[in-house]
Design a protein around this ligand. Structure first.
Ligand code: NAD
Length: 266
């Protein structure tokens, strides 16, 4: 693979699992030094580091901040900056809780807004000035189709994902003129996946199995919203994130790119 990120440093939040782990591996394969973040057992974290290094990362290290805690995020960002100034920031960590609005526990609202939205404000607040000073930076926020359209039973999630799209547009405008075509500039974009095969959506698959198999649950979920009737793989999302990090993507900023099998075209 073309190691165009050799000498660059990337942070991927929530990269101990799912889409984040695939993004960390893909950025590693492109030669980046990768800061991994996310919850998990010691074994899970060690396995994530090993996977990212095996993919080709110049170096991989885990930073254990709980993204519900702004203090811990500030500490993590300072530690990463001391390790190696950040060129690529992927705000990927996210949680879901599906229930009607009136049955959403307050704690779930607070946690979803903190992890899915506020943590991205805190990391961008810390990282963008350095990117601007160096004339190169990439922020990719993993939003969702639920940043563009709503579904019932997902009030905090849909609010957080609409919020991160707005936040990203503001940052894109504020940093659009930094750097130049040669340095690559500073861009801020959102990727908006439909259904992707990860542990996050497993409860929603299980809820649709009824008397059938897991495959029936997946088919039912896809039939509701995703016209391609195919799930994305985490690697599919990661490939787009890597492309957004290329120099030639310098004029793609403030965009919200759906990877949703036609979901939001309806
Ligand atoms: P996942 O559950 O596999 O991974 C979530 C990651 O976030 C894990 O590494 C977890 O440790 C981390 N995390 C959770 N709480 C945290 C906290 N308090 N502090 C630090 N890290 C924390 O989920 P996924 O499906 O890979 O989701 C990744 C992103 O993609 C999320 O933002 C999600 O909303 C988005 N997304 C997923 C889908 C899908 O179908 N899977 C669709 C659209 C958008």
């Amino acid at each position: 693979m073309d190691q165009f990120l050799h000498g660059r440093t990337a942070l991927v939040t929530g990269s101990t699992s799912g889409i984040g782990l695939a993004i960390a591996c893909a950025l590693g394969a492109a030669g980046a030094r990768v800061a991994i973040n996310g919850l998990g057992s010691e074994e899970q974290i060690a396995a994530a580091i090993a996977q990212v290094e095996a993919a080709g990362a110049q170096q991989a290290r885990h930073f254990g901040a709980d993204l519900r805690e702004p203090e811990q995020i500030a500490q993590m960002m300072a530690q990463i900056d001391a390790w190696s100034p950040l060129d690529v920031l992927v705000n990927n960590a996210g949680i879901q809780h599906a229930a009607p609005l009136a049955q959403q526990p307050l704690q779930k609202w607070n946690d979803i807004i903190a992890i899915n939205l506020s943590s991205a404000f805190h990391t961008m607040h810390a990282a963008l000035p350095g990117m601007a000073a160096r004339g190169f930076g990439r922020v990719v926020n993993i939003a969702s189709v639920h940043g563009l359209v709503a579904s019932k039973d997902k009030a905090p999630y849909v609010a957080s994902k609409h919020g991160i799209i707005g936040l990203s547009k503001v940052a894109a405008l504020e940093y659009a003129a930094q750097g130049n075509r040669t340095s690559g500039g500073v861009t801020v974009n959102c990727v908006c996946p439909g259904w992707v095969e990860t542990p996050l959506i497993e409860p929603q698959i299980q809820a649709r199995i009824g008397d059938g198999s897991r495959e029936d649950g997946v088919a039912a979920l896809l039939a509701e919203k995703q016209p391609s009737l195919r799930m994305s793989l985490p690697e599919d999302i990661a490939a787009l994130v890597v492309w957004l990090c290329r120099r030639e993507a310098h004029n793609v900023t403030g965009a919200s790119l759906p990877v949703d099998g036609g979901w939001t075209a309806q």
